[in-house]
Design a protein around this ligand. Structure first.
Ligand code: NAD
Length: 354
């Protein structure tokens, strides 16, 4: 029997090309007039240009966002929020910049407008992972959910191909876990399958021609769907493994997702046959886990944790941490099978049931 709970997300979404031009109207619609524009140091030029385009609607910028939302960076940004009397934040960038905006909103309740320039999907979730003294903790709260997301395809045209590939695989991971989440449902599954199909077609095209606007549009559409899925469900084994590995060995976020995803999928295959059928169909591959591994290979993305610099001696530690406080998962978490999974991901082997 069909039985589910569906909770729609409150975020307003504007999608298209050239949509950044609609930012002033969005600020005025919300009665805001002192926007603090956020970015990473690498995207500081874009942030400065936006401050100048916004004119009197902008209070200034903070361009120090970095990966994993360190609390000391948030505190530095909070001082700027106070000094400039900002009445909202506008985050322009990938998940790192979005994370900083969320951390500020959690502390101040200021409204957030996010302008994503990667496919990470954080803009559609109420999830925030923060790092303090090298330890990353994740929380969910309605205060973290952005009010408005402006998806502008034009801003993704310059995302480097390698980053496009891993960022897209990171997004696909949200859809994969949504398909077997305990709190998924029919609408989430429709979005997740469409999202995987959108990326399976668009990512190879982007690698061939990074300026392919149709492919860029499909990928950003897929990112919206994937982020929406993640915002509606609980995370499972794959996200737990990536949080553990990334935090313990300081591994890059999107690359770690790319490498682990085929193996986490193989681990859950026997416990989630309907999800596997949808993933395989979306990838147009005979097998879900192998299809994901092959897609990463076609994109030239890294496929081994060893290549990211994780020491082989860390496999046991990672397995111990991954089985401690596990996220809810369709297949029970078994230490030896998880160790074998991590060993395969470390070596870059094709995925297999462990
Ligand atoms: P990122 O935001 O760190 O971006 C990577 C680099 O690419 C940065 O230097 C950035 O400035 C640059 N960049 C971004 N867009 C660009 C563009 N269009 N052109 C050129 N350069 C560009 O990487 P990410 O993978 O998007 O985000 C990773 C972070 O997001 C991690 O901290 C992760 O934990 C978090 N995340 C959170 C959620 C959530 O729901 N809370 C979901 C996914 C990721």
């Amino acid at each position: 029997m069909l039985s589910f709970v569906h909770q729609a997300l409150p975020t307003r979404v504007i999608f298209g090309a050239g949509t950044l031009a609609r930012l002033p109207d969005e600020l005025r619609r919300l009665g805001l007039s002192r926007a603090l524009v956020l970015s990473t140091p690498q995207q500081a030029d874009s942030a400065q240009a936006l401050v100048s385009d916004l004119g009197e609607l902008a209070a200034g910028s903070f361009t120090g966002a970095v990966m994993h939302t360190p609390v000391d960076v948030t505190e530095a940004a909070m001082a700027v929020v106070g000094a400039l009397k900002a009445d909202c934040v506008v985050a322009v960038g990938g998940g790192s910049t979005t994370g900083l905006g969320k951390a500020i909103a959690l502390r101040t309740n200021l409204p957030q407008i996010v302008v994503p320039t990667t496919y990470a999907g954080s803009e559609m979730t109420d999830i925030l992972g923060e790092t303090k003294a090298g330890v990353k903790t994740t929380q969910r709260s309605p205060a973290i959910q952005p009010e408005v997301v402006l998806y502008d395809v034009d801003l993704t045209l310059g995302l480097p191909p390698a980053l496009s590939a891993t960022s897209g695989m990171n997004a696909i991971a949200h859809a994969v876990e949504a398909l077997y989440a305990v709190d998924g449902g029919p609408m989430v599954s429709l979005m997740a399958e469409s999202a995987i199909a959108a990326f399976a077609k668009s990512l190879p095209a982007i690698l061939a021609d990074p300026g392919d606007r149709v492919a860029r549009e499909q990928a950003l559409y897929g990112a919206w769907l994937c982020g929406t899925c993640l915002g509606m469900v609980s995370m499972a084994l794959h996200h737990k493994l990536c949080h553990t590995l990334g935090g313990t060995f300081d591994l890059p976020h999107a690359e770690t997702h790319t490498i682990v995803l085929p193996h986490a999928t193989a681990y859950n295959a026997c416990a989630a046959p309907e999800a596997m059928a949808r993933i395989a169909r979306a990838l147009e591959a005979p097998d879900a886990a192998r299809g994901l591994y092959d897609l990463a290979g076609r994109l030239g993305a890294p496929r081994s944790l060893k290549a990211l610099g994780m020491p082989e001696a860390g496999i046991d530690k990672a397995a111990d941490l991954a089985v401690a406080n596990p996220y809810r998962n369709p297949r029970p978490i078994e230490r030896e099978a998880i160790r074998a999974l991590i060993a395969h991901a470390w070596a870059g082997d094709p995925p297999e049931a462990t």
